[in-house]
Design a protein around this ligand. Structure first.
Ligand SMILES: Nc1ncnc2c1ncn2[C@@H]1O[C@H](COP(=O)(O)OP(=O)(O)OP(=O)(O)O)[C@@H](O)[C@H]1O
Length: 291
């Protein structure tokens, strides 16, 4: 790597500077990663096997095979149009809704192929929740937004207030909204609305949460809160995030996968991908030479 490339490449120190700038408490360190690795169960949340996807005649994903470990944050990075969001959506069959979309291959969750005939897609989407780029609360109160999922899944009425409180607590929003639960969700700030959407996802007790660029519309302070929240949530959930922000991927994720033109170029521990990529294409992207 020459001097110019090395200047372009950001380090974990840079991410710490960013965190200090926005007053975000640093929770990540190499030492913690090592301890985390040692404590990690090593179990897989998702196993993807030879996945191909087409939109009409355009092949958007090519022979993707990837294991996603439990209770970690896994980032998908790559230039615009490389297939990150498409791949994310295959993990809870959100692409089913696109008529031109055709998929081949397997995605195992708990040893079950989610593309198998016997799969109940509603149940799958309960187990694999999704938070979108733009906060999308329902046009109802803060309380009703969180209560909605448990209600439609048949949870008894008396259990709902507890679930709403616990979900808002877990989404680090309870203290800010506990005195205004009947207010419309749209009265919250953008960052609060995104945390409300996370609370709504948590309320149906998923195992895995997919985040599709959850911070792209947020300021650095709100971004810091969401990132801190994700780090907290990985203790109980497997987190997968699509991000354009490579500093964000480096800051919060344990593992990273780099995509290019529908192919998975490289995946591994985030430190390895950012500090010592195996593939020249990954290095080119990380160092800002393309993308
Ligand atoms: N609903 C769709 N119908 C047809 N083609 C689509 C659809 N969604 C995505 N594509 C195409 O699939 C390819 C991958 O798109 P995708 O949105 O997954 O990429 P991405 O890496 O997430 O991009 P970005 O970072 O810009 O969001 C692109 O060629 C895109 O045009």
């Amino acid at each position: 790597m020459n001097a110019a490339e090395s200047k372009n490449r950001f380090s974990f120190e840079d991410t710490l500077k960013f965190e200090n700038a926005v007053g975000f408490e640093n929770k990540y360190s190499y030492e913690q990663d090592v301890v985390f690795e040692a404590n990690s169960s090593g179990k897989k949340a998702i196993e993807v096997e030879n996945l191909n996807l087409w939109y009409g005649s355009n092949q958007a994903l090519k022979k993707i095979s990837l294991d996603i470990p439990k209770n970690k944050i896994f980032s998908f990075i790559g230039p615009s149009g490389c297939g990150k969001s498409t791949f994310l959506r295959t993990l809870n069959r959100m692409n089913d809704m696109i008529p031109t979309c055709r998929i081949e291959g397997k995605v195992h969750i708990d040893s079950e192929n989610i593309y198998g005939k016997e799969i109940d897609v509603t149940d799958l989407r309960k187990r694999v929740g999704m938070v979108f780029q733009k906060a999308n609360p329902f046009p109802m109160s803060i309380y009703e937004n969180v209560a909605y999922g448990p209600k439609i899944h048949g949870v008894s009425k008396k259990e709902i207030p507890k679930i709403v409180e616990e979900s808002l607590q877990s989404a680090a929003l309870w203290d800010e909204v506990k005195d205004r639960l009947k207010d419309p969700a749209f009265s919250l700030s953008g960052g609060q609305q995104q945390r409300l959407c996370i609370a709504r996802t948590l309320a149906v007790k998923p195992e895995i949460i997919l985040f599709d660029e959850p911070c792209s519309a947020l300021d650095p302070i709100s971004t810091g809160k969401i990132e801190e929240l994700m780090t907290e949530l990985k203790k109980e959930y497997t987190i997968i995030i699509v991000t354009h922000n490579m500093q964000q991927a480096a800051r919060i994720s344990d593992c990273t996968a780099f995509f290019l033109s529908g192919e998975l170029i490289e995946s591994g521990e985030t430190v390895q991908i950012f500090e010592n990529p195996r593939d020249k294409k990954t290095e080119g992207y990380i160092t800002g030479r393309f993308g």
